[in-house]
Design a protein. Sequence first.
Length: 116
Amino acid sequence: QAQLIESGGGLVQAGESLRLTCVASGRAFSSDDWGWFRQAPGKEREFVATINWTGQRTTYADSVKGRFTISRDNTRNTVYLQMNDLQPEDTAVYYCNLVAEPQFAWGRGTQVTVSS
């Protein structure tokens, strides 16, 4: 198992940016595809972005395409999510995890709140 620690969230105004960080400890990191997910109040957790193990292939939800960028540093067991032009609909708790099942136990996530 791995421990997932997300950070970097906060309260921002629409149009501003945040950079989220996810550190995975406790096991090998570099051979897996990783993703960012989010859960807004009263909604199911949803996919935001994924990155393959080399970092050369990424995918994005349509709602964030062109605004968010996922990246990774395998030497630091870390995945990042650069979020630009944030909008109120991006308000959610953001989590990282493996893309494929079985996933690790979810971390506590990091809260992102965007005011209009």
